[in-house]
Design a protein around this ligand. Structure first.
Ligand SMILES: NC(=O)c1ccc[n+]([C@@H]2O[C@H](COP(=O)([O-])OP(=O)(O)OC[C@H]3O[C@@H](n4cnc5c(N)ncnc54)[C@H](O)[C@@H]3O)[C@@H](O)[C@H]2O)c1
Length: 164
């Protein structure tokens, strides 16, 4: 039995992943762990909210004690990290929240996962870390990072913590 912690699971992409996993994989328990910022929306999760293999915990990935408690309470063995501040324009106006969630939050989640012997940690990045792409080119994973906004820089910082 896999118990999967899906951070940011009430957001746009995370909730699509959760809806699919809950309905197609009843053998897994899906625990959504989300701070419910302006971007989190429980309506995204309504189609699966009554399912026996679905749980929702409102918490912050940068809150060490809350992460530890979720890992223990639900016997988590797998983490999928979608949680992030994601809006480029907001990051230019007010970058603090981006550093907090996308760098410090990722660090705390990783550190907690390591302590709890989590089997698999899947971290979601963004092509924004590679900067502007010319013409019809596309980026590959080992291209150099050239972030052009606090959002992209904070995602690159979190990615580097995952790599390290
Ligand atoms: N949407 C895109 O086009 C796109 C493209 C490439 C990569 N991504 C990446 O995919 C992931 C999901 O993107 P999205 O568009 O679904 O984002 P979103 O903004 O719709 O959702 C983010 C979710 O994370 C939650 N969250 C934010 N800070 C948190 C914290 N500290 N602790 C717990 N939860 C927190 C929010 O409440 C929200 O539910 C992000 O990591 C993003 O960088 C998104």
């Amino acid at each position: 039995m896999k118990n999967i912690l899906v951070t940011g699971g009430a957001g746009f992409i995370g909730s699509a992943f959760v809806r699919r996993m809950v309905s197609k994989h009843p053998e897994y328990t899906i625990v959504v762990f989300d701070k419910m910022t302006y971007a989190g929306n429980t309506d995204n999760l309504l189609p699966v909210s009554q399912s026996g293999n679905f749980r929702l915990v409102q918490c912050d990935i940068a809150d060490r004690e809350a992460v530890r408690s979720a890992f223990d309470s639900y016997g988590i063995d797998t983490v999928v990290n979608f949680a992030a501040e994601t809006h480029v324009d907001r990051s230019i106006l007010s970058p603090d929240a981006f550093i907090y969630s996308n760098v410090v939050g990722v660090h705390i989640l990783l550190e907690s996962a390591q302590k709890h012997g989590i089997e698999r940690f899947l971290h979601v990045s963004t092509d924004e870390v590679y900067g502007d792409i010319e013409g019809d080119h596309f980026s590959v994973e080992d291209d150099p990072f050239k972030p052009n906004s606090p959002y992209a820089a904070s995602k690159a910082g979190g990615d580097l913590m995952v790599r390290a």
